[in-house]
Write a protein that binds this ligand. Structure first.
Ligand code: NAD
Ligand code: ZN
Length: 663
């Protein structure tokens, strides 16, 4: 094929792929699409005379069906891409002495917000860059961070990205396991295509601004200051003096990308001064004053080779996808989770399909969906859930809307291995030197069946194994011996009692239980008196600890501590601590106001406890404050209102924690 033909072929592919992508059903992963664009760009640069006409590289988005078309005041462009530090250095060289801001490149959809005389007049999507769709009612109803009024005269236009926060995405998918959203970006785009906001009310979005146009004399020359002064949220902008500083910020964003509450696919560098950015001008489809540094893809396509049903520690039978190895999110992935039968059905996945794998936010990669069903050959196979436990052969029971399968055989060998691995895990006994592979071998050899069996193992037994030498045997035994100090809280976690979470274990300790046996002996009345323990959890504790009583005796016999430890109890706090004596309930997504980083709720609760508070998970008449983060569900607020509980924004608590030197 000559260059002319190849250029035409690539240009045609770009048009087709973009069209499918912007309709919400991509045919390939982003990285594959980008490679096609890159090849086309390279060929056109080498043969300018062969440039296709029209050249899709000069366009952004896709010609979409617009319901209420609005022409943009100036085009909404794409961004020039970079992947190497030299390109960052070259950007700084182009603008000597100019301050640059570096910020995350959010993966959502761009919006232009137009204000006239201080009021929001319209919100418009990017569309094909020249003309977008007026989505004002949807944005008003569903997007946080869009002020209704700004304190500036005349015309103000703020542009930015509307994203679905990962916490919202996860909460939505937990609530709708039968109709999960594929990824936050698709979810955001789909939300703003809805006909009626009421039908998508649970899919709240968040707007982060990154561009500002105003003629107001008083507006700050600095982009971030200008945006903040008008009340817009920005996603962590850092000012950088030189390329080295920028590179450090970029690396920092990449390192933290899984901890943040939004998906991002890179970092954007941009001239910090608004006038300098405007003066730099534009190329055919990108501004000269900005550069996008792209990170390794977190989404790739690969072949689904098979589905294996895996038995978990509580007997849950979960489908695991076996994949043709694919490099995604920085590692080679060969397995991914498929969640449950309903997800498989909702996503229409078959063995032999080319599927989209995502590895973002959470560590476990998952199958996000099937790509291009038209590529099917007919040889694909349906994924059939097993009728019996693949380990012990006992019949399964089905539970809940998402139809999760369970093996209820307490003697199931696969469950036993999972429970042993769980006992040795960090959250429980933390037997660091004996990893899952060895646990499986030792169980196969008949040396391990119950957690207490770890403490009977001898060095001689370990040395029988081919690949265990003197040094590793000693390390394994030392690690087992050290784990005997496990204590009440972590032992309870380690026993993997259905319905008893880590929180349950913590609260039992704090409610005054001194040992695991004391929990096993307690009657229902005493158990349900503990915060957050209801009759079902109480019954599960009683049933399973009752069954495990011989095991508790064996653990004791081998010197394993099942008594409460200091670390299981709340931290000692000074009487003048800011939240002393207060009972607080934390709800919504919590983030540190200084960095914008998401903070896991338990971490924040621990900080509140250090400040003297008692934390609870449901609002009651005893609650002093309901501390609210982002995306708070209405039910907690209504309950708080009814009971007269004070609702406090997380910002107020953060300030107290910071002032007291606790956070
Ligand atoms: N899989 C496919 O088939 C397929 C097809 C077409 C496009 N795509 C993907 O869609 C994207 C196409 O490029 P594009 O032109 O829409 O976007 P882009 O990658 O060129 O970046 C421009 C966009 O980035 C967004 N953005 C996020 N944070 C920003 C910030 N801080 N500052 C400025 N802009 C910010 C804006 O919405 C802006 O419109 C690429 O990621 C591409 O891989 C995929
Ligand atoms: Zn079984």
């Amino acid at each position: 094929m000559n260059a002319r033909e190849r250029i035409q072929e690539l240009a045609d592919q770009v048009v087709v792929l973009r069209d499918a992508y912007y309709r919400g059903s991509p045919l390939v992963a982003d990285a594959e699409y980008d490679a096609i664009e890159d090849e086309l760009r390279g060929l056109v640069e080498a043969h300018p005379d062969l440039a296709p006409d029209p050249n899709p590289l000069d366009q952004v988005g896709a010609p979409a069906v617009l319901h209420a078309p609005v022409r943009h005041s100036r085009p909404m462009l794409s961004l020039e891409k970079a992947t190497k530090p030299e390109q960052v250095a070259a950007f700084f060289d182009r603008f000597p002495g100019q301050p640059v801001v570096v910020m995350p490149k959010l993966d959502g959809l761009s919006l232009a917000l137009v204000y006239e005389d201080g009021r929001l007049a319209r919100a418009v999507t990017r569309g094909d860059g020249t003309t977008g769709d007026d989505v004002t009612p949807l944005v008003r109803a569903l997007v946080d961070g869009v002020p209704e009024r700004v304190d500036a005269p005349g015309r103000v236009e703020a542009r930015g990205e509307a994203v679905m926060l990962r916490s919202t995405f996860a909460a939505y998918n937990t609530a709708h396991p039968d109709k999960p959203l594929i990824n936050p970006r698709n979810a955001a785009a789909g939300t703003l295509r809805a006909k009626d906001p009421a039908t998508v009310a649970e899919r709240r979005l968040q707007f982060f601004a990154f561009d500002l146009d105003t003629s107001a004399d008083a507006a700050a020359a600095d982009l971030e200051q200008g945006l903040r002064a008008l009340g817009f949220a920005v996603a962590d902008m850092r000012h950088c003096e030189d390329a080295a500083a920028a590179q450090e910020v970029i690396s920092g964003i990449e390192a933290r990308r899984n901890e943040l509450d939004y998906d991002l696919d890179g970092a954007v560098l941009r001239l910090a001064n608004r006038d300098a950015f405007a003066a730099a001008g534009t190329r055919s489809n990108s501004p000269r004053g900005a550069l996008a540094f792209k990170f390794a893809a977190e989404e790739k396509t690969t072949l689904l080779l098979d589905v294996v049903w895996d038995v978990g520690k509580t007997g849950k039978i979960a489908p695991v996808a076996h994949l043709e190895p694919v490099f995604v999110g920085g590692t080679t992935v060969t397995r991914a989770t498929l969640a449950n039968q309903e997800v498989i059905r909702a996503r229409g996945i078959r063995i032999g399909d080319t599927v989209l794998i995502r590895r973002a936010g959470d560590v476990i990669p998952f199958v996000a969906g099937v790509l291009d069903e038209s590529k099917r050959t007919g040889a694909e196979r349906e994924i059939v859930p097993p009728a019996a436990c693949p380990s012990c052969g006992q019949g399964l029971i089905e539970q809940g809307n998402s139809r999760e399968l369970f093996c209820t055989n307490v003697a199931c060998p696969a469950q036993a291995v999972r429970r042993l691995i769980h006992w040795a895990s960090r959250a429980a006994a933390d037997i660091e030197a004996v990893g899952p592979v060895w646990i499986e071998r030792l169980a196969e050899a008949g040396l391990l069946e119950h957690p207490s069996d770890f403490y009977r193992l001898t060095k001689e037994q370990l040395l029988e194994f081919d690949r265990i030498g003197e040094t590793s045997a000693t390390r394994m035994i030392d690690s087992i011996v050290a784990s005997r100090a496990v204590g009440l809280r972590r032992a309870l976690i380690g026993l993997a009692i259905p319905m008893a979470s880590e929180g349950t274990a913590t609260r039992l300790c704090r409610a005054g239980f001194g040992s695991l046996e004391e929990v096993a002996d307690a009657d229902e009345e005493r158990l349900v008196a503990v915060e957050d323990i209801g009759p079902k959890v109480a019954a599960s504790l009683t049933e399973h600890l009752g069954r495990l009583r011989p095991e508790l005796e064996r653990l004791r016999q081998y010197g394993v501590s099942l008594d409460v430890r200091d670390e299981d109890l709340p931290p000692v706090v000074a009487s003048d601590a800011p939240l002393a004596g207060k009972t607080v309930v934390v709800t919504g997504a919590i983030s540190d106001p200084r960095s914008g980083e998401k903070v896991p709720r338990p971490t924040f609760q621990r900080l509140c406890e250090k400040a003297g508070a008692t934390t609870a998970t449901s609002v009651s008449a005893n609650t002093d404050y309901l501390v609210t983060g982002a995306d708070v569900g209405a039910s907690k607020l209504t309950k708080a209102e009814k009971l007269g509980v004070e609702v406090v924004d997380q910002g107020v608590i953060w300030q107290q924690l910071i002032e007291a030197g606790i956070a």
